[in-house]
Design a protein around this ligand. Structure first.
Ligand SMILES: Cc1ncc(COP(=O)(O)O)c(C=O)c1O
Length: 378
């Protein structure tokens, strides 16, 4: 049975990239690899929409998150973390591991943070906060924060804005420089159409000013070491050579399509999924004003076994959607529309969703989701 991944990472990989991944290995301390690294780094800057430094690590996205904390801060520093789901919580957990004091702004699942909540904290305690940790797309709830507005608040302060764009980069708008995002982290296995294994981090001048005073322990993820090597178009350690070569290709594909066109395409797929599922009476988990175009979180209808729904789609039909995480397990399911997920995958997924919902006893007009989605996608 063929498997179709509509999960928020890993996402499908284009055939052209699979071919590149199967090529014989080359050595990294060579002009051949340096050229590839240079091109990949330049195209990463395009995708991040930044002129600042962008570094590549061999790790999953969480590695770059940890790099942000370890490099920017020192024990006993105080920061704000925004928690609107599992990945916002991860910032708090990493900060705690590095003995950083965290002032948590907790947002109810399905909502996004009100920038005013951050503003009042910053104003009340007068630049006590070294950084604010945010999430572009909170994958666990299908929401997106208003990073632009948060950047506007922080841009003339000493507080650094750190954004987790692991599931948002290359899928939904993020203007790193224009929105004053000092540090942005991302991973390879979502919007960038690659296997897991690479993470990325961009670093603004304002962030470098904080980095030079950081006393947290670091070795592999030391950004100063990464910068020294990168200035010579090199890496401090053995890079994930094949993945970097594949990255150059995926970024080329993104540049050729153009970010604007890409964002439009995902927006359309998101609209198709959202309108299709609500047309049969399902409810979206995220509130209207903060729904992500990268992933749709859907409430499991009453009297339907959410875990069985996801399992049957996967085991009987090869359609992989994601369950809810932690306390949302069994209560929501999530359909991703990021990376190399195409319109026809969305239609296939909806058709299987209908079949399985029907088999579980959910009452609705059959065929409706396909009709609605096709009308939007055509
Ligand atoms: C928003 C967000 N942040 C961080 C992560 C963690 O990334 P990784 O699993 O690559 O470490 C994920 C992965 O699902 C994510 O969606």
């Amino acid at each position: 049975m063929k498997n179709y991944l509509l999960t928020p990472g890993p996402t499908p990989i284009p055939p052209k990239i699979l071919e590149i991944l199967a090529e014989p290995i080359i050595h990294h301390r060579t002009p051949q690899f340096r050229k590839i690294l240079k091109e990949a780094t330049e195209d990463l800057k395009y995708t991040f929409q930044t002129k600042s430094d962008v570094f590549i690590f061999s790790s999953s996205g969480t590695g770059a998150m940890e790099a942000a904390v370890a490099n920017l801060l020192s024990p006993n520093d105080t920061v704000i973390t925004i928690e609107a789901g599992k990945f916002g919580e991860r910032w708090t957990e990493i900060c705690k591991a590095y003995k950083i004091n965290t002032e948590v702004i907790k947002v109810e699942g399905g909502r996004s943070v009100e920038p005013e909540m951050i503003e009042s904290k910053i104003k009340a305690q007068d630049s006590k906060f070294k950084a604010v940790f945010t999430t572009l797309c909170e994958t666990s709830t299908g929401t997106t924060h208003n990073i632009k507005a948060i950047g506007e608040l922080l841009k003339d302060t000493d507080t650094v804005l750190v954004t987790d764009a692991v599931s948002g980069l290359g899928v939904i708008p993020l203007e790193t420089d224009n929105w004053s995002c000092d540090v942005v982290v991302a991973g390879s296995q979502k919007g960038l159409m690659l296997p897991p294994g690479l993470s990325f981090i961009s670093v603004s001048q304002k962030a470098w000013n904080l980095i030079k005073d950081s006393k947290s322990p670091k070795y592999y993820f030391d950004l100063s070491k990464a910068k020294k090597a990168s200035d010579k178009t090199d890496t401090p350690f053995t890079p994930a050579i094949s993945l970097v070569i594949a990255l150059r290709e995926s970024l080329k594909m993104i540049r050729e399509e153009g970010l604007e066109k890409r964002f439009e395409r995902y927006k359309k797929m998101a609209e198709a999924v959202k309108r299709a599922v609500t047309s049969i009476g399902l409810e979206l988990f995220a509130e209207k004003n903060c729904q992500s175009d990268a992933i749709t979180a859907i409430k499991v209808p009453e009297n339907i076994d959410g875990e069985k729904l996801v399992k049957t789609m996967r085991e009987k039909y090869g359609i992989w959607v994601a369950e809810g995480q932690a306390e949302l397990k069994g209560k929501i399911f999530r359909i991703a529309h990021m990376g190399y997920i195409r319109e026809k995958d969305i239609i296939r997924c909806l058709s299987v969703l209908e079949k399985v919902l029907h088999s579980l006893g959910y009452k609705f007009k059959r065929g409706e989701t396909i009709k609605v989605a096709r009308a939007i996608l055509k």
